[in-house]
Design a binder for this molecule. Structure first.
Ligand code: ATP
Length: 199
């Protein structure tokens, strides 16, 4: 499984559509200060579901939409698509290529798609769970992240190992099951109350 392609349009400094193909091996993105190198990694983080504008170096989420320049009007929508090669089947779905897309309009409306089919953010998070890909996955190491990993609380470091060990999805499902059990417990209590009122 590897990152195959990224398409960016209307995201931060990229008003026009750009396509970057990663053909195996190491790809380095070079350019002068302020030319948009970090905006590429922001785009990857964003399409994988980042919800924090601060992490994306903005004040509000709308700041990811191209804000215009002296010669160019602002745009109304940002769109990023990320294509992952899944021919080794690491992501347990039948597709050999997975393209995830996120769109955000200035109105605040947003959309997520998997292979052009609308989906929930949760679906994107679920398919990449335990693969290391994801807004907090270890496949994205931003500036200062290595120091952070070495110095943060041991519980936070543990999350990283759990993702690598592939047990995050089971922990997530366990939490969901516990939440459902608790809801059912509360409903049963309510039913008991109603029954005793009727008796
Ligand atoms: P450095 O080498 O200094 O880290 P960089 O190549 O990583 O720089 P970025 O931080 O990716 O550069 O890009 C910064 C540029 O992106 C700035 O010129 C900024 O004006 C522009 N930019 C950020 N958000 C927007 C936006 N919403 N609309 C237009 N341009 C934007």
């Amino acid at each position: 499984m590897y990152l195959k392609r990224i398409e960016v349009k209307g995201f931060k400094s990229f008003a026009d559509k750009i396509e970057l193909d990663f053909n195996g091996g190491i790809t380095a993105i070079v350019g002068p200060n302020g030319s948009g190198k970090s905006n590429i990694s922001d785009a990857i983080r964003w399409v994988l579901g980042e919800q924090s504008a601060k992490t994306l170096r903005g004040a509000k989420m709308e700041d990811v939409i191209f804000a215009g320049t002296e010669t160019r009007k602002p745009l109304g929508c940002a769109e990023v698509s990320l294509t992952i090669d899944n021919s080794d089947g690491i992501v347990p779905i039948e597709y050999t290529e997975i393209t995830v897309t996120r769109r955000l309009y200035r109105s605040g409306e947003s959309e997520y798609l998997i292979n052009n089919t609308p989906c929930r953010l949760r679906d994107i998070q679920e398919i990449f769970m335990d693969t290391g890909i994801g807004k907090d996955g270890y496949s994205l190491i931003g500036q200062g992240r290595v120091d952070e990993i070495l110095s943060t609380r041991s519980e936070d470091r543990r999350n990283l190992f759990e993702e690598a060990a592939g047990i995050v999805k089971y922990k997530t499902r366990k939490l969901e099951a516990e939440r459902k059990l608790e809801n059912t417990r509360q409903n049963l209590l309510r039913i008991d109350d109603i029954i005793s009122e009727l008796e």
